[in-house]
Design a protein around this ligand. Sequence first.
Ligand SMILES: [Cu+2]
Length: 172
Amino acid sequence: MQISCRFLLVFILAAILIKKEAWGKQHVVGGSQGWDESTDYDSWAASQTFKVGDELVFKYTPGLHSVVELGSESSYKNCDISSALDSLNGGSNTVKLNKPGTRYFTCGTSGHCGQGMKLKITTVAGNGTATSTPASPSSTTSTSAAVPTNYESFGLFALVATLLVTSMIFNA
Ligand SMILES: [Cu+2]
């Protein structure tokens, strides 16, 4: 009886972790500021971990801004949108991160890229464990900008701790 309880708990825990991974996470670009010229997207991106299966959500004033995906680091650096991979508009766009690697986004409105309205992100492989470390060395420390992520992690931690304690009580 004791052993089966323990296995059940481990199974539930594993199922929760796997489900969490498979769901993916939505990253609202720029947080509450959204997609505009005044947000520091380097800092924002450094506060996030982008995994395969996650989504980027761009929120902005329709007509004022747009979302243009660039194909290379040089296009990104030079704000060259002549060879854009994709262009989205309408005020709310979701971009699925379907494979590992670096992607580049900017705004199609003249001058906005030069004002800093551009985003470079690196997607890492999601390997099914909550303890996987992000590839980016800049995301090891938490900042106030990452509060929703930390809150979620804390919730998971609390859940895991509760299950472990319950497991110990069952096996005492
Ligand atoms: Cu813009």
